[in-house]
Design a binder for this molecule. Structure first.
Ligand code: SF4
Ligand code: FES
Length: 299
């Protein structure tokens, strides 16, 4: 377990991501091996208490509720939340409104299920119950406005992508047959790492420099854009077509809330479920912005 500097969060890297994708299932989990049978028996008798931080509306006060669930082998946090939604009764026997939460792909691709699990920002679909204790704390992802319960508004991620011009601008069709831009295998391999970002916001939740939501884009325009937007600048500046707007992107991250707001805590790279080399991107952008500053000075 590793502490996240300045964030009050705790990390464990247990490699649950790939295993989570494999094991997530809605169908019955049929034991196949002796080990599976043992695990199934253990799970049959396992009771887990979910302590969920709930909030009825964006401006209402949060409160906690406790639920008892009986996980099946291979269950992840989304699976138990889905089961709980069908019968939302607290440990005190009170029937309450179903818990609001988001999920979509169930294979760590869409980023929708990110939440705080036992104090650590993680994708709920790839976090297995067998890797957690018998009391599990679930909270909405910090730094983002709560919509309801475990659902947050992630609009500021996309707002920050627009601030750094994280797109490839094309004025008309590009001839992809003749003299089409080529990417070497070596560059493709390096760039692919950054293209896996799923805009989950987990790195932003862990970053002590990324401020809690101000709920206005105007304030967000001065706040740190965060590591995920910076990594997209790194990706698109290297793209054969994206390179045309490299100067604009570099000027965007040389402004207030840009690269120099990074405090080098390195939490982002520790928590990113896609293992994106965020700090490498930030280092590369440091060199690019220095060169750009010299170009701006001397032409
Ligand atoms: S960089 Fe990683 S943690 Fe951050 S938004 Fe992208 S996938 Fe999520
Ligand atoms: S449901 Fe978890 S990342 Fe898509």
């Amino acid at each position: 377990m590793t502490g996240i500097a300045g964030s009050g969060l705790h990390l464990t890297r247990d490699g649950a991501d790939a295993a989570g994708r494999e094991r997530d299932r809605d169908a019955d989990a049929a034991p196949r091996t002796g080990g599976d049978v043992e695990q199934a028996r253990a799970c049959e008798h396992r009771h887990v208490e979910l302590r969920i931080r709930r909030q009825d509306a964006p401006d209402s006060a949060p409160y906690w509720q406790r639920f008892r669930v009986h996980p099946r082998p291979g269950d992840n946090v989304v699976s138990v939340l889905r089961a709980l939604r069908l019968d939302p009764v607290t440990v005190d026997g009170e029937r309450v409104d179903p818990i609001a939460f988001e999920h979509n792909c169930m294979e760590e691709v869409c980023g929708a299920c990110a939440m705080l699990i036992d104090g650590m920002p993680r994708p709920a679909c790839s976090t297995l119950l067998e890797d957690l204790g018998d009391v599990i704390r679930l909270e909405p992802l910090p730094k983002f406005p709560v919509v309801r319960d475990l659902m947050v508004d992630r609009a500021r991620i996309f707002h920050n992508l627009t601030r750094v011009q994280a797109w490839v601008r094309l004025d008309g069709p590009w001839d992809t047959h003749e003299r089409a831009p080529r990417i070497s295998q070596r560059q493709w391999v390096a760039d692919y790492l950054y293209s896996r970002c799923m805009s989950c916001g987990i790195c932003l939740a862990a970053c002590p420099q990324f401020p809690a939501s101000s709920r206005t884009n105007a304030d967000d325009n001065r706040a740190f854009v965060g590591p995920s937007a910076l990594a997209q600048v790194r990706l698109l500046n290297a793209h054969p077509l994206g390179r045309f707007n490299k100067t604009d992107r570099l000027h965007a991250i040389m402004a207030e809330g840009g690269l120099t707001d990074c405090g080098n805590a390195q939490n982002c790279v520790r928590v990113c479920p896609k293992e994106i080399p965020l700090t490498t991107a930030i280092g590369e952008l440091g060199r690019q912005t220095t060169l750009q500053a010299l170009k701006d000075l001397f032409g």
